[in-house]
Design a protein around this ligand. Structure first.
Ligand code: BEZ
Length: 211
């Protein structure tokens, strides 16, 4: 069954490179980015795990934990993590799920048989502290993901959770944001007494309220 935005993220108990975890317990009060890799000892995945490890402090600053998954056994993950450290200049600093029986891959619909009937696609799930799925991405095995973009989506999701705003095309932290249509001008006057930049009645910009 596919997982859609707003669904509750299924819980699971699995072996990882950091021991056995219960996903919900491991998340605690934080958000999580859960992402799958097609296979251990593969080149694109190696670069992605290095990028995710480098960005871990940025995710942590935002109250977000990262966790990877591959449908290979723990022994393979352990050997591969040495290669990641050697080639990417940074070691795995978050858990990598050993999902050789595909428990999690099946729960999260990460195997797309018409793309490949054994390997997982490159799935990303951003899950909030209430365990709701807030964002999903799906890439094919041959296209490495952009982890800066995943971080950017977290910034947008956190901002839009806390303020009644949306983020425009190519937005990044600190750029102006959009007042959502559900907020009337009268309500906007209360929230933004300094006013807003109105390009159309439905296109109203204010500075990033988190700045
Ligand atoms: C890779 O990570 O490089 C990869 C994995 C599976 C298929 C193609 C590429």
């Amino acid at each position: 069954m596919s997982i859609r935005l707003g669904d509750t993220a299924p819980n699971f108990r699995v072996q990882t490179t950091e021991g056995e975890i219960d996903f919900y317990e491991w998340m605690g009060e934080d958000w999580a980015v859960l992402f799958s890799h097609p296979k251990d000892y593969t080149p694109v995945c190696t670069t992605e795990l290095g990028a995710a490890a480098r960005l871990k402090p940025e995710f942590a600053k935002r109250g977000v934990k990262v966790i990877g998954l591959s449908v290979d056994p723990l022994e393979d993950h352990q050997g591969w993590s040495r290669d990641i450290e050697e080639t990417q200049g940074v070691g795995l600093n978050f858990p990598l799920i050993a999902d050789s029986d595909r428990t999690v891959a099946d729960l999260y619909d990460m195997v797309h048989p018409n793309a490949d009937d054994t390997l997982t696609v490159r799935s990303v799930f951003v899950i909030d502290s209430q365990k709701k799925v807030r964002l999903t991405l799906t890439y094919p095995a041959s296209t490495g993901r952009n982890f800066d973009e995943i971080l950017r989506t977290v910034d947008s999701l956190k901002l839009t959770s806390e303020h009644q705003v949306a983020t425009p095309v190519n937005w990044k932290h600190g750029d102006d944001v959009i007042i959502v249509p559900a907020v009337s001008n009268d309500q906007a006057k209360q929230k933004y007494p300094e006013g807003w930049r109105e390009e159309k009645p439905y296109l109203r910009y204010v500075p990033d309220p988190s700045k």
